[in-house]
Write a protein that binds this ligand. Structure first.
Ligand code: 4NP
Length: 161
């Protein structure tokens, strides 16, 4: 019998820095675990300012140094995402507030989580927006995401796989 894929949507504000990185990091984590076929992984933004654009050049440069190719094209969250995805994972409190406002029903609301809920080592309560900062902000995003994506796969293995 064909198993249903676990569908994950990562969400930030612009979908050009944090959530495309989360998408790429999580794809690598599941690939390394040999679970690529079991997942569908995408990302989106709560705002459409950057719709149609590739990920931010600075974010792509920092990510590629760690072996992640950011290939996603920015798109806003759509209403059908709340039905389609199993987990909708925001990067900061503002993302969570906006997602909860958009969610059409209780079942959709319950799919919304914050990335740092899954952190293993890092003690931080959000993934900070790197857009207006320097190089260290982009490195910090990747450090937090690598830790949290490991934790996310562990939790999914315990509960959903
Ligand atoms: P992201 O970063 O939400 O991680 O993609 C940002 C991208 C763009 C803007 C802010 C944050 N902006 O203001 O255009």
């Amino acid at each position: 019998m064909k198993q249903e894929k676990i569908k994950l949507l990562f969400v930030c504000l612009g979908n050009i820095c944090r959530s495309p990185s989360a998408e790429a990091v999580m794809k690598k984590v599941v690939k390394e675990a040999g679970l690529e076929d079991r997942f569908e992984i995408d990302s989106a933004g709560t705002a459409a300012y950057h719709e149609g654009e590739m990920a931010d050049q600075r974010m792509r440069t920092h990510a590629s140094r760690r072996g992640y190719q950011l290939e996603s094209i920015s798109r806003p969250v759509r209403m059908d995402d709340f039905d389609h995805f199993d987990l909708i994972i925001g990067m900061d409190d503002q993302n969570i507030t906006n997602l909860k406002r958009l969610a059409p029903d209780l079942e959709s609301q319950q799919k919304i989580h914050q990335m740092t809920e899954f952190s293993k080592v890092k003690t931080i309560d959000h993934v900070p927006d790197p857009y207006y900062g320097g190089a260290s902000g982009f490195e910090n995003v990747l450090d937090i995401l690598e830790d949290a994506c490991d934790g996310l796969l562990e939790q999914i293995k315990e509960s959903l796989l």
